[in-house]
Design a protein around this ligand. Structure first.
Ligand SMILES: NC(=O)c1ccc[n+]([C@@H]2O[C@H](COP(=O)([O-])OP(=O)(O)OC[C@H]3O[C@@H](n4cnc5c(N)ncnc54)[C@H](OP(=O)(O)O)[C@@H]3O)[C@@H](O)[C@H]2O)c1
Length: 340
């Protein structure tokens, strides 16, 4: 059994991850931690767990985590995770970081978009971006896995095969994505309070969202040249799920059949990516509470523009589920263990 610790277990991704790890056949939760001063019974945070589960979320102690865990999951706010990651890597642990602190390879870009100095820049080039279906071979050997962001996951999976096959014009990409409110985490923010979010639908951080450079970095690697995108996030009044509607110009030889074929070929062996048949499109209901990413495509006659829809659950494939998938790949467990 692999001994795991979850830091930030009281938050949305930490609680979701704890739930998945409890059901995982090859791991033992050896520690769940909080910044708070008193221990919290896990059942207070996760009321759905069995009465038999006696786990507590305990005040954070570096030494306790170092002693008890081989794998450390960081479910901490970005800018808070990098110090912990550096310490646990120095102590010889494997770290899966759900925050954004090690996703960007360029320190200057991180500091521009996240507004703080990076305290562990020596790990930026060593971290492996944990987009499981694309970087599996590198993940197998990684000691620091930067779990992808919730918004970047669906569009990256949808666009990488099309950029690699040169079926779309790289600099024509527009991503409109809507996220459920849990995407903003548990902390109190005016915009995500019930009266603000309920019965509303609004764009935010237009051209300014911190996931923009992460998506551009991934797509640039696939295209083999710098890619710039337009990314417009929206807040959708549902608890969970992200549906991204992506627009791009196709190249003259590209047809809808070729685009679907490229996606199907890329993900034939991938247990969690499902390509919809022609005329069918993803919906949040199909992916909520699952680790699936569903993708649908349509090429518009006349304009030659392709519309690609990608849907995930932000807390599962966009966070905790993808983290478990990364752990499975890294430690040689079946990729679907604890996720099916
Ligand atoms: N929500 C999503 O859909 C999603 C998806 C992908 C990635 N992520 C990333 O995953 C990380 C965790 O996100 P989340 O949504 O789980 O956040 P969250 O619900 O706000 O939980 C974060 C937890 O971290 C702990 N924490 C430690 N230091 C903190 C500090 N200085 N300020 C605030 N909290 C602190 C808190 O627990 P205590 O108060 O008990 O210490 C808190 O419960 C973030 O980096 C986020 O960007 C989130």
């Amino acid at each position: 059994m692999l001994n795991c610790a979850v830091l930030g277990a009281t938050g949305y991704t930490g609680a979701e991850l704890t739930k998945l790890l409890l059901a995982h056949p090859h791991v033992r939760i050896s520690l769940l931690t909080t910044r708070q001063e008193k221990s919290i019974p896990l059942r207070e945070i996760l009321p759905s767990v069995s009465k038999k589960v006696k786990l507590e979320i305990t005040p954070y102690s570096f030494d306790a985590v170092k002693k008890k865990a081989d794998l450390v999951f960081l479910c901490l706010p970005h800018t808070e995770a990098m110090t912990a990651a550096e310490q646990f890597l120095a102590a010889g642990k494997v770290v899966i970081d759900l925050s954004a602190d090690f996703r960007l390879r360029d320190k200057k870009i991180y500091e521009k978009w996240y507004g703080v100095n990076h305290v562990a820049p020596q790990y930026l080039s060593k971290a492996i971006y944990g987009l499981c279906e694309v970087y599996k071979e590198k993940i197998k050997k990684a000691d620091l896995i930067a779990n992808p962001g919730c918004y970047p996951t669906g569009p990256s999976l949808a666009l990488i095969p099309l950029l690699k096959a040169k079926l779309i014009a790289p600099n024509s990409i527009i991503i409109n994505a809507a996220s459920g409110v849990s995407g903003a985490g548990k902390k109190l923010v005016a915009a995500t309070q019930f009266c603000e979010a309920s019965e509303n639908y609004s764009a935010y951080k237009v051209n300014k969202h911190q996931h923009t450079p992460e998506i551009e970095q991934t797509l640039s690697a696939a295209a083999g040249k710098p890619v710039k995108i337009t990314f417009v996030p929206h807040l959708l009044p549902v608890n969970r799920g992200i549906l991204a509607t992506i627009y791009a110009d196709t190249v003259p030889k590209a047809t809808e059949a070729k685009i679907r074929k490229a996606l199907e070929a890329a993900y034939r062996q991938a247990p969690f990516v499902r390509i919809k048949p022609a005329g069918q499109y993803p919906s949040l209901k199909d992916v909520q509470y699952t680790n699936f990413c569903d993708i649908g495509v349509s090429v518009q006659e006349g304009t030659g523009r392709v519309v690609i829809i990608a849907a995930i659950d932000n807390l599962v494939k966009g966070a905790a589920g993808q983290a478990v998938q990364n752990m499975n790949i890294r430690f040689g467990f079946p990729e679907e263990a604890g996720l099916s």
